[in-house]
Design a protein around this ligand. Structure first.
Ligand code: NIG
Ligand code: FE
Length: 425
């Protein structure tokens, strides 16, 4: 240990000692996607220290066991009274968009439904029109602000989808914006190609025509420029059928893009079975699930990602979190940050809402929003828990009596500061 510290000092590597941590939450020696009972196990060390070298966690433990050599570390951060937990891993967002849609919010208050708004050219098509009119720089600048906002709220890793272009140029523009965000940001970012978010008006009666554009005009460029990590399809009545989803995903997979899918938000139309067959990394939403579908997804390797703020905003039933956990499904929580169904990317609120409305235990919600969220982006070796060798992506809270206080005091900002890859944001 001594040698390591001495070496860091000599080579000028940034070493930080975080001392007197009231509670160090989410400490793990081994990585595991959590299911069933495991989801409620959130390991905590009381009165802890943690060492960060070059942005990575190199050791942690109880204060009384702090190695003597740690005294030689120049930068000491006193975290007295603070709880430290891993940053949120938000595995489902549509963070790049051109404009808000509060006019539809008012239409919905007056009684119009999500599907009705969509059929009138509102919804996703409304966002698409605005996105195609916006420049790449405008999109980058507004997305950057949102990224800064969510990272100050504790998000350290995030998945971002395309899907408001719905044209070759529009989809590529969105994905290039995400690529620029990846290059400039300290956060871990994954990009998902969601060209199959809705059929553009001119393809309403020519589904194959649009699917061909996705397969033959968009995917080859995306693969060539390495613009995406995953492929997504909105499988829903009035959008893409399960069969169409399979065709599109198979094409994406031939370019190395694994599926992460929108299924069972409003209707159950075979998306779950198709997604399992495709070996999807995750299937997201799941507001409308039959018992049989719960059984099937639970028996599969696919993660079920729940987006409670979208259900809240659309006044829908919440996903059956308890049933999913009880049947051993691996679940993650994400914000779905987008202008239509969740104009908010605050993962603290997602965690609170999961406890309040879906009856998840605070420990379950925190695990689902950290380590399982990391698995839903396949970045579990890098982040999602307090583990030696992982990035120091850390939330420092204001003084709180216990970890349950976080979701209990919903809506309050209890974050004092956030460290991403060893640097304060
Ligand atoms: O995840 N359901 C499909 N896509 C988004 C909503 C997109 C929009 O309304 O702009 C969602 O909820
Ligand atoms: Fe979504």
């Amino acid at each position: 240990m001594q040698d390591v510290f001495f070496y860091s000092y000599l080579s000028g590597m940034a070493t930080k000692l975080i001392s007197n941590i009231q509670q160090l939450v989410g400490v793990r020696n081994e990585n595991k996607l959590l299911r069933g009972k495991e989801l409620s196990e959130l390991p905590i060390i009381e009165k802890a220290y943690l060492v960060v070298e070059d942005g990575v966690i190199t050791s942690f433990g109880k204060m009384e066991e702090i190695p003597a050599s740690a005294n030689s570390i120049l930068e000491i951060i006193d975290a007295s009274g603070q709880t430290v937990l891993p940053c949120w891993c938000d595995s489902h967002t549509h963070l790049v968009f051109a404009a808000s849609r509060e006019e539809e919010f008012i239409d919905k208050i007056k009684g119009m439904g999500y599907a009705e708004i969509a059929s009138k050219g509102g919804g996703i098509l409304n966002s698409s029109k605005k996105l195609n009119a916006a420049s790449e720089d405008e999109l980058f600048n507004s997305a950057w602000k949102r990224l800064e906002e969510v990272s100050s709220l504790g998000t350290g890793a995030i998945e971002i989808k395309s899907g408001y272009g719905l044209s070759v140029e529009g989809e590529l523009k969105m994905l290039r914006v995400i690529k620029r965000l990846k290059e400039k940001s300290n956060l871990t970012i994954k990009a998902t190609f969601l060209g199959a978010h809705a059929f553009p008006l001119e393809y309403r009666n020519n589904h194959q025509g649009y699917i061909d554009r996705i397969i033959f005009e968009m995917l080859p460029v995306i693969a060539k420029e390495k613009l995406a990590d995953y492929i997504d399809v909105f499988c829903e009545n009035g959008f893409f059928s399960a069969k169409e989803m399979e065709v599109i995903c198979n094409a994406g997979m031939s370019y190395g893009l694994k599926p992460k899918l929108h299924v069972n938000q409003l209707n159950s139309i075979g998306g779950i079975e198709a997604g399992i067959k495709l070996n999807a990394v995750s299937m997201d939403h799941l507001e409308t699930m039959t018992d049989d579908e719960i059984k099937k997804i639970s028996a599969s390797a696919t993660i079920g990602t729940l987006l409670p703020t979208a259900a809240f905003f659309l006044r829908m039933n919440y996903p059956p979190a308890r049933k999913l956990i009880e049947s051993n499904c691996a679940i993650a929580l994400a914000s779905d940050y987008n202008p239509g169904s969740s104009p908010n990317g605050n993962m603290n609120l997602v965690v609170a809402m999961s406890c309040i409305q879906m009856k998840m235990l605070p420990e379950e919600a925190i695990n689902a929003a950290t380590i399982n969220g990391a698995y839903a982006m396949e970045i579990e070796k890098k982040t999602g828990s307090i583990s030696v060798g992982k990035r120091a992506d850390l939330i420092f809270t204001r003084p709180i009596p216990s970890i349950a206080y976080l979701p209990y005091s919903f809506g309050a900002n209890l974050i004092d500061r956030v460290m991403i890859h060893g640097e304060w944001i």
